[in-house]
Design a protein around this ligand. Sequence first.
Ligand SMILES: NC(=O)c1ccc[n+]([C@@H]2O[C@H](COP(=O)([O-])OP(=O)(O)OC[C@H]3O[C@@H](n4cnc5c(N)ncnc54)[C@H](OP(=O)(O)O)[C@@H]3O)[C@@H](O)[C@H]2O)c1
Length: 241
Amino acid sequence: MVIGGTSGIGLALAQHYADRGAELALCGRDAGRLDGHPLGRDPRVRAWSLDIRDRDAVERAVRDFGAGGIDVLIVTAGQYADAAGLAHSPALGPALVQTNIAGLVHAFEAAAAVMRRQGHGQLVAVASIAGLLKEYEGGSLYAASKRAAIAICDTYRKALAPYGIAVTTLVPGYVDTARLRELNGGDASAKPFLMSEQAAVARMVEAIDARVARRVFPLRLHLLVRLFNLLPLRLRRLRKK
Ligand SMILES: NC(=O)c1ccc[n+]([C@@H]2O[C@H](COP(=O)([O-])OP(=O)(O)OC[C@H]3O[C@@H](n4cnc5c(N)ncnc54)[C@H](OP(=O)(O)O)[C@@H]3O)[C@@H](O)[C@H]2O)c1
């Protein structure tokens, strides 16, 4: 089951699992986004329009699809906002927090209930390398929410281990999705160590299959972030975005 599976990273992951013969549930606020995509016509794929902020809707979809069991739940649903975005559109802040933080908890809780009963399962969240940046004045609400997502995964991993449920946190750098391009005026090529969707999916699937706790990639961006975190605060302040 992929919540956020109607575009970008989530859809690319779904395509991978479909190619491996999986039965899939793909969710987004507008499942109609799958119209015209091969997965939208695949009989092994069920699509749900749901908002991850709506706990009841998430529970209903998980219960419905989960009646036949759920091996893996992947949460890629996410919103982006920095200070400039919040200045123009104050509604972005609550929407981001409810999606990236509360929504993740809704999805994990609902799927964990099914997985506890079946005695196995895996919860996966797509956080972001932005969540590893040490606090500084140029920090975004997005980075804070992804930091929270990483911590949420850590907590659920500990809580659910006795039930045979693994929790995998994927912490990618920049992935060349349509959404990232849209946020960058149509071209994300200036982003450091930009990965194609396919390259990112390969790294993610490998981590999911191995049930690793946390996978941060690409290595070079991870090293840069670690270096940045070592800088004194007055130098970290110079980073604009
Ligand atoms: N692209 C990158 O460079 C990058 C890097 C690091 C981390 N990430 C993270 O990876 C995830 C996917 O990013 P992406 O670039 O693939 O973006 P995307 O194409 O916009 O994918 C987001 C998916 O989540 C769904 N979604 C958004 N809000 C939702 C909500 N409230 N309820 C249910 N579904 C919702 C979207 O469908 P609807 O809009 O129809 O709801 C879409 O299917 C995000 O969490 C992002 O923060 C991305």
